[in-house]
Design a protein around this ligand. Sequence first.
Ligand SMILES: [Zn+2]
Length: 260
Amino acid sequence: MKEKIKVVQQLLAEKGLYNGAIDGDFGPKTLAAMDKVAGIPQNLPQVRKITMMIQLGAREKGFNSGAIDGMWGPQTQFAYEELVYLQKFGRASDPWRPEDINPMNRWPRQNSAAFHEFYGLRTKNLVTMPVPYEMKIAWDMRYRARKITCHKKVAESLYLVLENVLKIYGENEIDRLALNRFGGCFNNRLMRGGTQWSTHSWGVALDFDPARNQLKWGRNQAAFAHPVYNDWWRCWEEEGWVSLGRRRNYDWMHVQAAEI
Ligand SMILES: [Zn+2]
């Protein structure tokens, strides 16, 4: 909460309504300043006022903060993190641009002849290998996994990616950012809503944190579109893996060792 109050104090100071310390303490000066802001009802509980101020401030800076309702949801969280970034670095975080991603073409294109030649038949050539950090099973968080079953031709690369993620983020951040929320790898099934086989059927695709990166969500909703995940995607893309989210702006949970 202290960090949020600091952001609010900074916003109020920029508006010329507050000249106290940016210390994260919600004192009478901060309260008086906030009560001068149009659009924030005076009779709201403090926590909601703070949230509303952040939503308003974010909107004024051009970030999509959703409804100005004083309720803290994922959209407010994104807008808040953008605000923190802006206040810290004096500029908005780097915009995500799909054209900046250079396809490495390390892996064959999905559904192509080269793909079938390289990976062989569905459900074959699988290996079960240990992973560098423990996964929580997304659909039942009571369960943990230390092994993933995938195609033997991607196993080494997958291990390198996850090892790098561990190096960059560390166990605590991995958990906080849900990079360990494993939504599955090998799964012999059709593409969702399609008639072609999913790359999961060969064990060359993985899903992470499906609840916060739903199939049809774009980058205004999907958690993994947020800048804090840029390094996560860099780890995959350095190994040539393809994110449908980063390339096509849907299915942000999904990453695969196949070009599209
Ligand atoms: Zn998937």
